[in-house]
Design a binder for this molecule. Structure first.
Ligand SMILES: [Mn+2]
Length: 352
């Protein structure tokens, strides 16, 4: 008899669960509708005054057996889940997202198609130091059948007393060296005021890790018609990285290449920690090509090749690394740039 009673109560409980489930989802649908109206009217989705009024009403009508505080706690979780439902919708609707555009974006740079399946490489010195220096590297890059030549002319350095780069003069040297080998120029811009003049000399605008959240710069490069290589900030989450790209695309420029370059962690064995899993996450969440900078993520010459292999194996569309004719005397990043013979064997190993 008592077993029969238990079964009956359990069956009642199952029914109540299903009713609750259906009510919670009905509530979710209502909240989404409210969210859409609020969005049209440009209103904030979260309204703490309204939330307080709903909680007070629930406490007033609470006849137990649950304590008021328990009821409030449970409903706050339901409120939170409904709000997250709206935020989820919002995130999926970003212009850089797969939800918005399921097919891969292919960025074309002077015939090189980044993100189409064949790996692309961005190689060149950390800083442009002289015409002879960049010209030597450009020839080596050309010999490897690589199209994209990098070189820093505007250098955002950790210390203001470190070499700051040659500026526009450096870009001109890089342009000349690239033109002689029919290569494309990838170089960083740090100030929107330099953009217009720099556009004459470069094919891809790089936004460095330290400027990933320089929103005025992101808006400026979003407004021009040149591909952008956006590096992940050293302390940026993947969501922040994606939103930085959204700043660019929201201004009309959808030719964006994302570049994972390592994040700051407690680990000291490498300069940064290469967040390799960011690559497939970015590929899933966005339609943009994703590259990996093995030089700045590892900061170690002996790790460049294994890191590059890992990047390509996990689905990166390309690899960036620094090459210098004589790294020992380089004005920046001398510890991790490859010399020319090392670069050739690096590429041969990678192409195997
Ligand atoms: Mn560097």
């Amino acid at each position: 008899m008592s077993n029969q009673k238990l079964d009956q109560l359990r069956s009642q409980l199952d029914d109540v669960n299903l009713q609750l489930l259906s009510l919670i989802n009905e509530r979710g649908d209502l909240v989404k509708e409210i969210g859409q109206i609020k969005e049209q009217q440009g209103m904030n989705r979260f309204d703490p005054v309204r939330e307080r009024a709903m909680l007070d009403q629930l406490s007033q009508h609470n006849d137990g057996p649950f304590e008021d505080s328990t009821v409030v706690h449970l409903f706050k979780e339901i409120f939170k889940a409904a709000l997250e439902l709206q935020e989820d919708d919002h995130r999926k609707a970003l212009l850089v997202s797969r939800k918005k555009k399921p097919q891969d974006t292919v960025v074309e740079i002077k015939g090189e198609r980044v993100g189409e399946g064949k790996p692309s490489f961005v190689m060149g010195p950390c800083s442009v130091e002289s015409y002879e220096q960049v010209s030597t590297v450009a020839k080596a890059v050309k010999d490897q059948g690589i199209k994209l030549l990098r070189g820093g002319a505007f250098k955002p350095r950790t210390s203001p007393y470190d070499f700051q780069g040659l500026g526009i003069e450096g870009l001109k040297m890089l342009r000349q060296a690239a033109d002689e080998q029919d290569l494309a120029v990838v170089s960083e811009i740090v100030n929107p005021a330099d953009l217009e003049e720099a556009l004459e000399y470069l094919d891809v605008i790089q936004i460095g890790a330290r400027n990933m959240q320089n929103f005025e710069l992101l808006k400026a490069v979003g407004s021009v018609n040149k591909p952008v290589l956006l590096k992940r900030g050293m302390s940026a989450t993947i969501a922040e990285f994606i939103n930085a790209a959204e700043y660019i695309i929201s201004r009309g420029n959808e030719n964006i290449i994302l570049c994972e370059r390592g994040i700051r962690t407690y680990e000291k064995a490498t300069r940064n920690t290469l967040d390799i899993s960011a690559v497939p996450i970015l590929k899933q969440e966005t339609h943009l090509p994703v590259m990996v900078d093995v030089t700045h993520s590892t900061g170690r010459r002996d790790l460049l090749l294994p890191a590059a292999k890992a990047a390509l194996a996990i689905g990166a569309d390309g690899v960036m690394a620094e090459v210098h004719p004589d790294p020992a005397v380089a004005l920046s990043d001398s510890a991790q740039q490859m010399d020319i013979p090392t670069f050739h064997s690096f590429m041969e190993e990678l192409n195997k």
